[in-house]
Design a protein around this ligand. Sequence first.
Ligand code: GAL
Length: 470
Amino acid sequence: MRSTQLVAIIIALVVVAAIAYFLGTMSQPQQTTTQSTPTAAPGPRKITFYTWWAGLERFAIDAVIGNFTKKTGIQVEKTAVPGGAGVNAKFAILALMQAGSPPAAFQVHCGPEMLSYIYVAPKGEGSFVELSQVAKEIDMTVQASEVLSACSLNGKIYALPVNIHRANLIFINRQVLDKLGGSVPKTLDDLLSLCNKASSAGIPCLLQAGADQFTILHLWEQVFLAVAGPQKFIMFMYGTLPADDPSLRQATEIFLTLSKTFPTNWPALDWTGAVADLVAGKGLAHVDGDWVVGLIYNVYPQVKMCPHTSITPDCNIIVAPFPGTQGVYNLVIDSVAVPAGGPVTDLGIQFVKYFASPEGQSIFNPLKGSIAVYKNIDPSIYPTAIQRWEVEEYRNAKSYVLSLTHGALFSDVWQSLMQQSIVLVQTGRADLWYDALAKALATQRSLWKDTWYMGAPGKPFGGYQPPWVK
Ligand code: GAL
């Protein structure tokens, strides 16, 4: 089979999966049932793990799987549906879940994204293994209580965290910055004037990527965080922020100005292509999460990254908090969920238990560009200065919010905002975007169903208690 045919088949499968999912979410109410017990069945000790860590993002997950198999003899077949941020994988998994034939384990972000799976699953939350006990067994409850709060829904854990990524980062090509005679921007105004400088010199300022969509919404999100601050940001997640809050317009206007500095080929780039162009000096900067650190570490080993706090002479890429968001850690927490009641559920539990354990995370995070959730893991395990700096940043952060582009939106809301953010850049039609935001906030608000919240009783995530929690 030719590769073009293969690609066409994959695209067709993803489209069918997305349609099946949307038809289902429209017609299916949430159901709750009791947890079914996993049944052990004879047969090969083999499980399937669904993920989007494909291609240039495969190194960390492959290392974990290799070690797990060596240790346990359990084979893990990785089904990696390509597309950064899970743009395709999420809908493939949702459709399998809804059809009642889920994989043994799958990648998901902590946050309401997990609720999207619970809503389509035949038995609601009963379709997933509740993992609090496993978290205890691997010492996570003691060492990672804040992260567990972000991964708890009404006090229960349906997906175990394997890392902490940070979304509010800017990656700057040092040589291009020097050529412009600029310095690392600390405020949105600094960024706007630096981008002005770049544009006057004919250099694209922000290398964002439209082909896999997510870095466009990701940039809007960071501008919004800088303008609105953490409290309003969390209210966006709950849909309790009024749609006419001035921060939404202010952020959008700044975003539109910045979008004019994208390279002309932005719709054709995906995030890995944008990073390749950043490394090659085809533009000044890229706004993204620290999976970029993993990509550069694994794929461009000659490129030296440094935090903005210690720019060494040999530094090529400077990493800094997105201007105006210093002191905030915009969390992206990758986690693994295990569907309940299947023939290999117990093997799925063994996999997540290993992956999320200190050993699993010490293999995964150094290669992934993220940091482990355990406080007692020594920062010297990280190969890059960025990750060691991030350990400090995480410890000293004044507030923690959950990334809207990576976990804090229900999957339908997320997909529609991502598409609309592309339309916004292509057309400049802010009116359409404000409509999309109003719809997103209302849908987001209703999908919590006046029932769910993040965190545990009396300990809401981020200190914000949504109004429906008594
Ligand atoms: C995020 C995910 C990261 C990384 C990134 C790019 O959503 O949390 O682990 O995979 O997408 O694909």
